[in-house]
Design a protein around this ligand. Sequence first.
Ligand code: SAH
Length: 389
Amino acid sequence: MPEQRPSKPTRKPRSSKPTRKQGPSKPDLRRNKRSSKPDLRRNKRSSKPDLRGISLDELKSFVLKLDQPAYRAGQIADWVFKRGVRSFDEMTNLSKDLRELLSRKSFLSCAKVVETHTSQVDGTQKLLLAYGRTRIEAVLLKDDERITGCVSTQVGCKFACSFCATGAMGFKRNLTAGEIVEQMIALREAAAPDRLGNVVFMGMGEPFDNYDNVMRAIRIANAEWGLGIGARRMTVSTAGHVPGIRKLAGEGLQIHLAVSLNAPVQGLRATLMPIADRYSLTQLLGAIEQYSERTGRRATLEYVLLKDFNDSPEMAAALAEIARRLLCKVNIICYNETADSVFEPPTDQIVESFLAEVRKRCSTVVRRVSRGSDIAAGCGQLCVPRDGT
Ligand code: SAH
């Protein structure tokens, strides 16, 4: 399909303004190609292991080093993951001496819930969590069928998508595996007595830019000894990080992959999402195709409708063509307002006719109703003020 521009490209998205270009430096995409992995069990600011971010096997080696029997690892994992305790003193089936030893030789990533906002419209809850001075947001979405936790993977984001509030924050740091797991524990507590059924990695940040920590958190979340969340109940969403998609295809995990496409043609996509300058649409579609071939799983294409930018019938046809060719599902999301944005959501009528146009060629398209937008907890609205990290 030839490159097409939206019908009325009268306004420039923020990312093309010089001020946005002064933002974070270009992401170091080589990092994900490195074979030597950082020591993910350790928090940078501490030489001790974070028990919230280590596997049962690692926990076993750790307790053996402390001259403890291996079965202690199972007991500790139970406290750390199943019960989600935030202090060693709560581990009451361990001796006081052992609890003291653990607190000297290790630590637990703990988040303080600084604020909770609840949507009056749909009951969505947004938690502002603090890890020391670092602040992030996580969201609990409820509908009739299930409760879903939306988790952040980074403090801020390097990728500066022009319509996203997290992108406007710039990048501060990666979250550790323990901090990601701790978010799920905080969300599980907020959901109680209901069960946290699903987890989506669609909060702040680009999961594949923090690949190893995110995969580690997913394996802990998925494990029987961990949080016990089924892999098919987890979704990782990427802005189009091609090496990450290729790597995920080899993990042997049953998690879902969502790709934020947002434009079906390279020119517009690169204008809206600077990551497309690094990884072209052709490369991205190639990676999705390879992912489906290797895993036998269908990816989901996410498409945020931005009035007059990507909501024309031609765009709908091009999107449907891609989805049909790659056997992808399509989620259409209406743009959520963010501060100082030049974008607007299209009218309901435009959204419906866009959907109808896609549906003519591809039946696996749904409109995803954004939840929590009245408390700025909707897709792309998560951001935190400066916090000194
Ligand atoms: N970086 C990853 C994970 C964040 S998920 C990614 O881009 O996929 C955030 C989702 O919300 C993405 O699908 C993104 O395209 C969408 N989004 C961003 N800003 C939005 C906004 N203002 N309104 C609606 N959706 C938005």
